[in-house]
Design a protein. Structure first.
Length: 484
């Protein structure tokens, strides 16, 4: 089709569009771009029509073509307009985001460039592309991003570079003193470096920032155990176990107890607490076994009264019809009230060399005891449940899962966003993303929350700083562009 025929077809398509027949207009514009891929007007018309009809993927495709065409022609401001529209449809569209970041940087819009680089680094970290995450986090750091140090810390942590991870996380937590996830990773980085006192201090800071953090309690247990302070380790162990029992997170309580007992096999309190969890799970054989072990250990310690309590409790459980009581905690940290509905999930990255961070709460499923031959099978199954967790992989795990349906979580996150509590909103969006990994809406909102959090940090009084030697930072930005 020659130029004249194409022009006639374009004129006809425009006339059909003016008459309101959008479907026919789309068909004609598609015919034009098939025969003339460089026809900018047809691509633009198609992008608008697709957008109006809710065909976001097709609209994004057309807009990206236009943006790239202007970008290659070095008409950056025109290109940026189309990349921004692509990001309105899909904030995780990485090609459009990278191109937008490059344009911001070339146009000396450093703040916008920094936020884009940060979002790109977080995207690649979530995709476990550590090299790309490193690359774009470094770009953000060069533009004075605070939050990018957290991304770098996680990247180095997952690489097993604990010294470098600790440095990045220290840099962040000197400014963001209550960044719980960073403090937890800092604690485990120190622990892997053999700096158990520093690890305990980091976990204590995390617990102070979030008194509901079971992970901080577990980290304190681990740090003091490795430091050679068994009494302190035992105290934190009991608090961590009570916290998990409080929210009925019995599966992780069992795993944690077995890990602790492996390193402290002569601690009778550890077995007593494990038996308590077994009782709540209706695993009576296991509960009795652990109570008897505890009783024997108390006898060796000449603590006859406590030994008798354990033996009596075991005997009571053996009696037919014995029913476990409802969970009651006795050693929750002073001043702390742990409510299940307040607990929220934090998804953090882990690597080999770090204890598994996973205390996602699950609804306790009570196993019904059977008689006769089935009893032996149940016992074997129960024992198998007490095997230690496998070595930690490089996958992300969860802390404590929030209570409520997805819609309720979205509403809670929305309230936090409205009140500018972006960190809390991020935690909830991460929880939703874990439940619905293909939910595009939550990915968009998570990126939005990250960008607003970074903006919030930059607005706390920092003056503009030039990143180019000998160049004075502009007092005002050339342009303020928002694509959120």
């Amino acid at each position: 089709m020659n130029e004249e025929e194409l022009q006639k077809l374009l004129t006809k398509a425009n006339e059909v569009l003016q008459q309101g027949d959008k479907d026919k207009a789309i068909s004609l514009y598609e015919e034009i771009v098939t025969k003339d891929p460089n026809n900018a007007e047809a691509h633009m018309r198609l992008a608008n029509l697709y957008s109006e009809k809710g065909m976001k993927d097709k609209a994004s495709h057309e807009l990206l073509l236009l943006g790239n065409a202007y970008y290659e022609s070095r008409l950056f401001k025109n290109a940026l307009k189309y990349f921004q529209r692509v990001l309105e449809f899909d904030s995780t569209h990485i090609e459009a985001r990278i191109k937008a970041a490059e344009i911001y940087f070339s146009e000396e819009m450093e703040r916008e460039a920094k936020l884009e680089y940060l979002a790109i680094a977080e995207y690649y970290l979530a995709a476990d592309d550590l090299n790309k995450a490193d690359e774009f986090a470094q770009k953000a750091i060069e533009l004075k991003s605070i939050e990018a140090h957290y991304i770098m810390g996680l990247v180095n942590f997952k690489r097993g570079m604990f010294k470098e991870a600790a440095y990045s996380l220290e840099t962040l937590t000197k400014i963001k003193v209550n960044h719980v996830d960073a403090l937890l990773h800092l604690g485990y980085a120190y622990s892997n470096l053999g700096k158990y006192q520093e690890a305990a201090a980091a976990f204590a800071r995390a617990l102070k920032a979030d008194p509901l953090s079971i992970e901080a309690l577990k980290g304190l247990t681990d740090s003091y155990a490795k430091k050679g302070s068994p009494s302190e380790a035992n105290g934190w162990y009991l608090k961590a176990m009570d916290a998990m029992i409080k929210i009925r997170d019995y599966e992780n309580a069992v795993k944690f107890a077995l890990e602790f007992i492996k390193d402290s096999p002569l601690n009778p309190e550890a077995y007593v607490k494990l038996s308590q969890v077994c009782e709540y799970k209706n695993l009576k054989d296991e509960a009795v076994k652990n109570l008897r072990i505890a009783g024997d250990l108390y006898v060796k310690q000449k603590a006859e009264t406590k030994a008798k309590e354990c033996y009596d409790k075991a005997a009571l459980l053996i009696q037919p019809g014995a029913v476990p009581a409802e969970p009651k905690t006795t050693s929750v940290p002073a001043g702390v009230s742990i409510h299940q509905e307040d607990l929220i999930e934090r998804t953090v990255a882990v690597s080999s060399g770090r204890p598994k961070i996973s205390t996602a709460s699950k609804k306790d499923q009570v196993e019904e005891s059977e008689q006769g031959k089935q009893a032996a099978a149940n016992k074997e199954e129960a024992i198998s449940k007490f095997e230690l967790a496998p070595a930690v992989s490089g996958q992300s795990t969860q802390f404590v899962e929030a209570k409520g349906e997805i819609a309720d979580l979205f509403e809670e996150a929305r309230k936090y966003m409205k009140d500018h509590y972006y960190e809390k909103a991020i935690e909830i969006y991460r929880l939703i993303l874990k439940k619905e990994s293909r939910n595009i809406t939550v990915r968009q909102k998570l990126h939005q929350a990250y960008l607003l959090l970074a903006q919030q940090e930059e607005e706390k009084g920092h003056e503009p700083v030039s990143v180019v030697p000998g160049k004075v930072a502009p007092k005002e930005k050339k342009n303020k562009i928002s694509y959120l």
